[in-house]
Every structure is written in C-alpha cells, then in structure tokens.
Design a protein around this ligand. Structure first.
Ligand code: NAG
Length: 264
C-alpha cells in the first residue's frame, strides 16, 4: 500500500514538474522513452521499487507461511489443551471413585476384623467351656454313714479330686452343664449290714438310673453310669435312695464322676 502511494506521489511530482504545456509533455515522454534522466530518474527508482516490492512480497509470503504454521501449531496446542483438560477431569473422577472404593474396603475389612475378633473370642470361650471333667468322693475327712432318710436325699460329695471347668459345686452336690453336649456320669455307693445301699442319678429332678445293692450282711457296693444330652444349665446330681444307708472313709468308696464327651 505504502509503495503504491509512494509510486503515485512520484508520478505526480514528475507530472507537475512537466505539466506545463502539452509540448512539454511530449518532451518529457521523449525524455522517458530516451531514458534520459528525469529529475529523479524514474526508471531507476521504479527498478529499485520493483526489487523492493519483490523482496517485500517474498517476505510477506514467508510471514504468511509462518503465520499459517503458527496458527496450525496453536490449533494443535488448543486441541492438546482440551485433551489434557478431559484427562484431568477423568483422572479426578477416577481418583474420587478409587477413594470411595478404598473407604468401602477399609470399612469392610474393619467389619471383618471385628467379626473375626468376636468369633475368636467365642471360640476361646467355647474352648474353655468345652473342658469339663470332675471326680469327687463323699467325705473329705474322717469316716461315717449317710442315711437312712425317708426320702431321696442329694449326696454332697465333698472330697474334690478333679473339677476342671468348676461345673460341679462341692457345697450343693450339683453339676451344672456349662455347654450343650453329651456328658457321661459314673457313681458308686458302698454299704454294709442288712440295709440297702443305693443312689439314683437325677437330671433336673428327673430320675435317670439307679445303683443299688441290698446286702444281708458284710460290705457291698453298687455302681452305674449314664450318658446324657444336656442343655446349658441342666443340673445333674446323685441322691441317696430313701431308706438306704452308705458308709465312707478315707479309702473313698463312694464316688461321683462326670465328663463332657463332646459338644452339640
Ligand atoms: C475304710 O473302710 C473299709 C471297710 O470297713 C476298710 O476296709 C478300710 O481299711 C477303711 N479305710 C480307711 C483308710 O480307714
């Protein structure tokens, strides 16, 4: 543009300087065609301008090309920026999702640990409870008779040899099941003279079996055993039969034993 203006101005200057008469014009035309120097030598100027113009055009072309390249690069960068933003968003979402999952897993594992602890404690308790065995005899010192009485009388075996699990009470003579299961019991009584020696095994007041002997003279003993399914809290004891009489001393003739065989 500037070049065009300059060019026009130049022409104007040349024409003003020569625009005096038509004759003058002819002279000027002649001068130009003869390549006589115009005051400014217009042909030389035009050549210079043409060269300059060509250079400028070339430069513009280069700049345009650079501009296009830059525009393409910019476009590509914008596309990449969009991609990056999308990726950022995706990774944020995934991070949030992962955090949620981790929290859930934490919660689950905490719950499982608590559950396992509870189970372990239960198993420990059961294991402790599962160890049940006792063996006792009637007198813990001296000697003496028990009976006869008009009714059944619970025998309190005071001499404790074994009482694992403390399920037998030496103050009441009663065994209480600490866990549901099958238990085995044995008992034996010892007497003399012509009076019966006998004792009955009871579960919760229910008559189970009897051990009984009726001597006419001398010493006799009677024994029996039973396996019972007991619920937790069931009570088992041995009662002297009504009218029976037994003797015990430190030889420990009258005994009562019980064991848990297995839980159920
Ligand atoms: C216990 O009594 C029986 C029967 O009378 C007798 O044989 C035994 O020697 C007595 N035992 C003791 C330790 O006194």
């Amino acid at each position: 543009m500037e070049i065009m203006v300059f060019f026009t101005l130049l022409l104007l200057v040349c024409s003003v300087s020569t625009n005096q008469t038509e004759a003058d014009n002819e002279i000027v035309d002649q001068q130009i065609s003869n390549q006589q120097p115009c005051p400014q030598d217009i042909h030389a100027v035009l050549r210079e301008m043409a060269v300059s113009l060509a250079l400028q055009t070339e430069r513009i072309t280069v700049l345009q090309k650079e501009n296009q390249d830059q525009a393409a690069k910019l476009k590509e960068m914008e596309r990449q920026k969009t991609d990056i933003n999308q990726l950022k968003l995706q990774s944020k979402e995934q991070a949030a999702k992962l955090e949620t999952e981790i929290d859930q897993l934490k919660l689950q594992s905490e719950e499982q640990v608590a559950k396992l602890e509870t189970e372990i404690n239960q198993l420990k308790h059961e294991l402790q409870v599962k160890q049940v065995a006792f063996s006792v005899s009637l007198l813990d010192q001296g000697y003496g008779y028990a009976g006869p009485y008009n009714t059944h009388m619970t025998l309190i075996f005071k001499h404790v040899v074994t009482n694992i699990g403390n399920a037998y009470n030496p103050h009441t003579g009663i065994f209480t099941a600490p866990v549901r299961g099958t238990y085995h019991f044995d008992w034996k009584v010892y007497g003399n003279g012509n009076i019966p020696a006998g004792a009955v095994l009871f579960r919760n007041g229910e008559y189970i079996f009897i051990a009984y002997e009726h001597p006419t003279s001398g010493w006799v003993s009677a024994s029996n055993g039973a396996s019972l399914l007991l619920e937790v809290g069931d009570q088992v004891s041995v009662s002297l039969c009504a009218g029976a009489k037994i003797f015990d001393n430190q030889s420990h003739h009258n005994t009562f034993s019980g064991h848990l065989i297995f839980t159920m």
